[in-house]
Ligand binder design. Sequence first.
Ligand SMILES: C[S@@+](CC[C@H](N)C(=O)[O-])C[C@H]1O[C@@H](n2cnc3c(N)ncnc32)[C@H](O)[C@@H]1O
Length: 199
Amino acid sequence: MNAQFHMNPETYLDEIRANLPRYDELQEAAIDAIPFPPGRVLELGIGTGETTRRLLERYPDAEVTGLDSQPEMVFRARELGIEVRLARMEDPLPDGPWDLVISVLSVHHLDADQKRDLFRRVREQSRALVLGDQVTAAVHALPPEPGVDFLETAGDLAQWCGGEIRHSPVATSIRSRRPPARGERCRSSCTRSAIGSRT
Ligand SMILES: C[S@@+](CC[C@H](N)C(=O)[O-])C[C@H]1O[C@@H](n2cnc3c(N)ncnc32)[C@H](O)[C@@H]1O
């Protein structure tokens, strides 16, 4: 999923909650999956900063750096008073070492090779990784269109990042009644899980 969708920080939360009715549950599950009180934290694809906001409520001493490829999101997340860089997950990560790299609903924008490469780079610089993201449902409502593949399973992602699934899937609520158009595969038949953390 390399298509870069433009998201408006003013409307983002309303839209994501409409599309992913258990968005807030996923955010909480990601925070619950953090394996120890983190010091230096890097959030990938920080968006409006919902995950970091919750992380700082739970761990007020954490020092978070965020990155996002969309300038409007960078400006919005900086309102949390943290450092946020305009950068892509495919690029070299800001210098670690990090206690924790966390990412919610952002890594699915990468394709399988890019995910594996990202996890390798995270491993070199971080003690732990927590992902909360969209993964392929165990049972597909519809087969994908030719040329459109589904996302990976939570098990694949956990294996690639050397982690484990810490929470059961929290939702399987969005299924389209038609085959997904290109760039729409996340909506067609997927579930959202807080997955993978390692120490
Ligand atoms: C669906 S939003 C999730 C935002 C936030 N993590 C959350 O949980 O609400 C995906 C975010 O990832 C960012 N993004 C997409 N592709 C990216 C990439 N290749 N590198 C960095 N950020 C990316 C988008 O700009 C957007 O802010």
